[in-house]
Design a protein around this ligand. Structure first.
Ligand SMILES: N[C@@H](CCC(=O)N[C@@H](CS)C(=O)NCC(=O)O)C(=O)O
Length: 239
């Protein structure tokens, strides 16, 4: 199958521009050279019938519809793209089963440990909880710094010469990481603590596949304010 052909079946991505999970999927599609997909922007305050029917369990984006059949959850979509389009672009997952297991381990770590802590630093209900979240996120990134050293073996990406599964999964967070750094006064990636990841992030953001995927920092910051206002309004009694 030719890269970009979409397997002869229509590819449609239900997304929302600020979502780091959608960024992951778009990065993976672009890295694989699959460009002829339809992108449908969802209004998450008024979800479409197609989204609700496609992801009735979580009702979340991203959803990739391939020939009308929905695939949900960003990491499941990344792995589906590997299986459904084996000849398109670069493989995201390594061929060796052990190396695949290692890549999956670090992606799980990025979500379960780094992202979970980072979210607490943003959404914690007390200052202590927020501070613990920030500390946890910074510690997790130092662990990922060591992982980068081991996985990349001196090459530019976690996966080696070309970006792979860990690069895309962690790279999807870069837009929000930059926005967070701009307002929180904390460098998540820092030349002193995580020099390898700082260089990796710059390299990753310069990839052709990343062009047009990450919104501007200002756009994310404006959106963050809208989210904060929405959360505050829903927490106010009789509102
Ligand atoms: N684990 C999911 C997370 C997806 C997710 O949290 N999507 C958010 C946008 S960033 C969403 O659709 N939120 C809508 C809602 O919760 O109602 C994935 O990796 O795809």
């Amino acid at each position: 199958m030719a890269a970009g052909a979409g397997g002869g079946q229509e590819l449609k991505l239900l997304g929302a521009w600020p979502s780091p999970f959608v960024h992951r999927v778009r990065l993976a599609l672009h890295l694989k050279g699959i460009t002829n997909y339809e992108y449908v922007e969802e209004d998450l305050t008024n979800k479409s019938d197609l989204l609700l029917a496609s992801n009735p369990v979580h009702k979340k984006i991203p959803v990739l519809l391939h020939g009308g059949r929905p695939v949900c959850e960003s990491l499941v979509i990344l792995q589906y793209l590997e299986d459904a389009f084996p000849e398109a672009g670069n493989a995201l997952l390594p061929a060796d089963p052990y190396d695949r297991a290692v890549a999956r381990f670090w992606v799980a770590y990025a979500d379960d440990i780094f992202f979970a802590a980072w979210i607490k630093s943003l959404k914690g209900t007390t200052e202590d909880e927020k501070a613990a979240g920030t500390a946890g996120a910074l510690a997790a990134l130092q662990t990922l710094e060591s992982a980068f050293g081991e996985c990349s073996k001196g090459k530019p990406f976690f996966a080696g010469d070309e970006p792979g599964y860990v690069d895309v999964a962690l790279g999807g967070y870069l837009g929000w990481m930059r926005a967070y750094e701009a307002v929180a006064g904390v460098n998540l990636l820092d030349a002193g603590r995580t020099p390898l990841l700082v260089a990796w992030a710059e390299r990753f953001a310069r990839l052709d596949a990343a062009k047009g995927v990450f919104p501007e920092v200002d756009q994310i910051l404006q959106y963050g304010k809208v989210l904060q206002a929405r959360t505050a309004a829903s927490a106010t009694p009789n509102n």
